[in-house]
Write a protein that binds this ligand. Structure first.
Ligand code: GLU
Length: 427
């Protein structure tokens, strides 16, 4: 019997949408999966989708409604794991793709998790702090039945932070009647957070860039680096690159782009960038336009903002030597082909930005044992896990003459499909 590829898996997907991009990535790995490929339909569908209405009272006494999502893409290897995003463009197609990328990421790094993701369709800049808290608490209550320390563990993502995680943890705990720190990761230290979690995604981006540089003989020390995004990922990554002798020549955030050939003063930029107007209003570097950013000659280009930033057209104009995907899904399959043809190495999101969820795993483990590690221990284990996983992916790419993305998908899909095979089909 053949399974029709219809229903939720295809209903919402527009050509070029994130979920379509993910499906195309799965098609590309299929020929390399051997007999496991027979069960691939499981990866083409989210296991569970929850869409919720999130009503809140605004500060001026009105009612406002927001749409929220939690998607559990796959739970074969463990509980769901993945962040919560607040953004005006959040939608089902995007959250399904982000959840699926978490399945691949967690398996590529061999963390004992499935993949999940959530989000609320909201521009958090339009909310007061109190409204943000009410939104977070109501959203958490609405998804309460499918999350939990051994069910599905949210974390920060675009526009969410440790305060939002604290409200989520408190709301879940109130609902279940006891304090459950392990229900979310990326919490403040005072509530069972882990040292190093805030900076972990950027730290991972740095480790992966350094490893790539070692292999390609483009040492990070002295290299030029352009970064899109100056948030949870881009900012700590920029700080680490600058502190380790790289020249961070360009930063782009939602407001604009700044450039300095000799390298931007990253600590000064970090101090200035939270003010209205972002990096462009800092007075540091030269302001350049958004398209010019992508065409800068640079050793490393780090997209660390949103998905779908680099399509085939933009890829033709990129003059970087290496692309390190700090964001999830920034490069389309068409762009992957163009970049490969032009000899530009692409290090895929599922390993390049896996530092965040790896330290989330450490936080979850620490919460279970109520025993907390030192920063040295967190960073040492993070480096060990990421560098080990990357080495394996690199070797497969070399031996089979494949892109790093396809190699990472081979490792990940084999682990997920093998777990499913061994578990068997219920009932
Ligand atoms: N949002 C981050 C990601 O995309 C971290 C997820 C987590 O820590 O669970 O990987």
């Amino acid at each position: 019997m053949t399974t029709p590829s219809a229903g939720l898996s295809f209903a919402s997907a527009q050509p070029g949408s994130p979920w379509r991009v993910y499906l195309e990535q799965i098609e590309r790995v299929l020929p390399h999966l051997g007999p496991l490929a027979e069960a691939v339909e499981t990866l083409r569908r989210p296991k569970r989708v929850l869409i919720v209405d999130v009503p809140i009272e605004t500060d001026d006494g009105r009612m406002a409604h927001f749409e929220g999502y939690r998607v559990q893409h796959n739970l074969s290897r463990g509980p769901g794991k993945g962040g919560i995003r607040y953004h005006p463009d959040v939608g089902l197609d995007e959250v399904m793709a982000l959840a699926a990328w978490m399945t691949i990421k967690n398996a590529a790094v061999n963390l004992p998790f499935g993949g999940a993701k959530g989000g609320v369709r909201v521009d958090p800049r339009t909310l007061s702090l109190k409204e943000l808290e009410r939104l977070t608490r109501r959203f958490t209550s609405e998804i309460n039945m499918i999350i939990g320390p051994d069910k599905d563990i949210p974390a920060p993502d675009v526009n969410t932070n440790e305060q939002i995680m604290a409200w989520m943890m408190d709301t879940y705990s109130m609902n279940v009647g006891h304090t459950a720190t392990g229900v979310v990761t990326g919490k403040p230290l005072a509530l069972g957070g882990s040292v190093g979690r805030n900076r972990a995604t950027g730290q991972g981006v740095f480790f992966i860039a350094r490893e790539t540089g070692r292999r390609l003989r483009i040492p990070v020390e002295g290299a030029s680096i352009a970064i899109q995004g100056f948030g949870n990922v881009g900012r700590p990554a920029a700080e680490l690159f600058a502190a380790n002798g790289a020249r961070v020549t360009a930063i782009q955030d939602v407001y604009g782009t700044v450039y300095a050939e000799q390298g931007l003063d990253i600590p000064a930029l970090a101090r200035a960038a939270d003010a209205p107007g972002g990096v462009a209003a800092s007075g540091l570097g030269e302001r350049i336009d958004a398209q010019a950013f992508w065409e800068l000659p640079t050793d490393y280009l780090v997209p660390a903002a949103m998905e779908n930033q680099i399509d085939a057209r933009r890829a033709e104009r990129i003059r970087a030597r290496v692309l390190i995907e700090g964001a999830n899904g920034p490069t389309t399959p068409g762009a992957d082909d163009v970049l490969a043809g032009r000899g530009i190495t692409v290090v895929p999101d599922v390993i390049a930005n896996a530092g965040g969820v790896t330290v989330s795993y450490f936080e979850w483990v620490q919460d279970f044992s109520s025993f907390f590690w030192s920063e040295d221990e967190v960073n040492r284990r993070l480096e060990q896990i990421l560098v080990g996983a990357y080495g394996r992916i690199w070797d497969i790419a070399q031996h089979k003459h494949l892109s790093l993305r396809t190699a990472a998908y081979i490792v990940a899909c084999e682990r997920v499909l093998d777990a499913r095979r061994i578990r068997g089909l219920y009932p």
